[in-house]
Design a protein around this ligand. Structure first.
Ligand SMILES: Cc1ncc(COP(=O)(O)O)c(C=O)c1O
Length: 348
C-alpha cells in the first residue's frame, strides 16, 4: 500500500537487467560512449526531430540547468505558485540560473493566461530595479495531478512567443501526461512551442535517469559547460543511457505510465464510492488528492498504508472540515490492483 510517491517504487526489471549487462563491460567515459550517442539519437526518433539531449541525475538538476541555459542577468522565470521549482527545489533553479522564480496563480496547478500576462507585465525588459522577464516554466503533468491540454499549452506558448521568452516544461511525469492525453511526445512539446523539456524517467521505472531535451540544438550550446560546472556530468553517464535504452525500448515507458494511470483511475473510482473519503479535485495523471476523515486515515496508516498529508492549495474547490484532512496518493508502475483494493478497504 505504497502511495506516498512514485519515487518510492523500485526500478523495473528490464531496466535492472540492462544495468546489469552494462556493468559487465568497459566503455569510454563522460558521455562519449557509443551507447550515450545511440540513446541521444533515440530521443530524435521519440521526438520526431533532431534534439540535443543531456543526461543528468535528478529532476531538480534538469530543471535548474535547463533554466540556467536561458539565464539573463536580472532575469525572472514565471512558474505556477505550486511549481516544484518554487516549492520543492530549495532554490536550486534560482541558485544555478541566477534568476528569480516568480509565482503565477491558477486553479488546478495550471497558470492561467491572464495571471501569466499580468505577471509578465510587471517585469518589462528595461525594469532594472524589478528584474526582467526571461523564461516561463510549466509542469506537465502538474504537481497537483492535472494535465495541461494541448490547447492550454498552445496558449502559454503563444504568450511566451509574443514576449520573446523561452518555454520550459518540467516533465518529471511527462509519460503520465502523455498517456493521459493520448498524444505524442512531439505534439505535447515542440509542436506546441515548448523549447526545453526536463524529461523524467526516475518516477516511472528507472533507477536514476533524467534528461534535458532542447528542441533547437542551437539553444544548447552552453549546456555542456553548465552541466560540468554544476557537477552533473557523470563519468559513467552510460549507465543513465542504459536505463533510457530499456525504458524507451518497445514503448516500455508508455506501458509503465499507462499502468500507473490505470491504477490511479482505480483509486479514484474507489474513493468516489467511499463514505470516509472524497476526491479533493479532479486529476488525470497518477496523482490523486483526497479529503479523508482523520480517523479513517489513521486506521489506514495503522494497517500499513503510506501516503502524505498535503497542505491545502489556496484555490482548493472543496473545504476540509475539522475532522478531515487532505492527503496525496500517487500510483506508480509498481502499484498492483491488490495494493489499490487493500488501500480502499483500509480507508473505507
Ligand atoms: C513536478 C516535479 N518536478 C521535478 C521533480 C524532481 O525531483 P528530484 O530532484 O527529486 O528528482 C519532482 C519530484 O518530486 C516533481 O514532482
Amino acid at each position: 500500500m505504497f502511495f506516498a510517491s512514485d519515487n518510492w517504487a523500485g526500478a523495473h526489471p528490464a531496466i535492472n537487467e540492462r544495468l546489469l549487462r552494462e556493468s559487465a563491460r568497459f566503455a569510454s567515459a563522460y558521455g562519449s560512449s557509443e551507447l550515450d550517442r545511440t540513446i541521444e539519437r533515440r530521443f530524435n526518433e521519440i521526438f520526431e526531430r533532431e534534439v540535443a539531449v543531456f543526461f543528468v541525475a535528478t529532476g531538480t538538476a534538469a530543471n535548474s540547468l535547463a533554466l540556467a541555459s536561458v539565464a539573463r542577468p536580472g532575469g525572472v522565470v514565471f512558474a505556477h505558485t505550486e511549481a516544484h521549482v518554487i516549492e520543492d527545489e530549495c532554490g536550486a533553479p534560482d541558485f544555478f540560473s541566477g534568476m528569480r522564480m516568480v509565482p503565477v496563480d491558477g486553479p488546478l496547478g495550471k497558470m492561467t493566461p491572464q495571471a501569466l500576462e499580468a505577471k509578465i507585465a510587471r517585469y518589462p525588459q528595461d525594469a532594472v530595479h524589478h528584474g526582467r522577464a526571461a523564461a516561463i516554466t510549466m509542469t506537465q503533468a502538474t504537481e497537483v495531478g492535472s494535465v495541461y491540454t494541448l490547447d492550454e499549452i498552445d496558449t502559454l506558448s503563444s504568450i511566451a512567443k509574443v514576449h520573446g521568452l523561452p518555454l520550459h516544461m518540467d516533465g518529471a511525469r511527462f509519460a503520465n501526461a502523455l498517456v493521459a492525453l493520448e498524444t505524442t511526445p512531439a505534439e505535447m512539446t515542440w509542436k506546441r512551442g515548448v523549447d526545453i523539456l526536463s524529461f523524467g524517467g526516475t518516477k516511472n521505472g528507472c533507477w536514476c535517469a533524467e534528461a534535458i531535451v532542447f528542441f533547437d540544438p542551437a539553444m544548447a550550446k552552453e549546456l555542456p559547460f553548465i552541466r560540468k560546472r554544476t557537477a552533473q556530468l557523470f563519468s559513467k553517464s552510460r549507465f543513465i543511457a542504459a536505463q533510457f535504452e530499456a525504458y524507451l525500448k518497445d514503448g516500455l515507458w508508455l506501458e509503465l505510465a499507462g499502468h500507473a494511470n490505470t491504477m490511479a483511475d482505480r483509486v479514484r473510482e474507489g474513493l468516489a464510492a467511499s463514505n470516509s473519503a472524497r476526491l479533493a479535485w479532479p486529476t488525470q495523471s497518477n496523482e490523486i488528492f483526497a479529503i479523508v476523515r482523520k480517523e479513517a486515515a489513521a486506521i489506514a496508516e495503522e494497517k500499513g498504508a503510506k501516503f502524505y498529508d498535503w497542505l491545502q492549495p489556496r484555490d482548493m474547490p472543496e473545504t476540509v472540515a475539522g475532522d478531515e484532512m487532505l492527503i496525496r496518493l500517487v500510483s506508480s508502475f509498481a502499484t498492483s490492483s491488490d495494493d489499490v483494493d487493500a488501500f480502499l478497504k483500509a480507508i473505507t
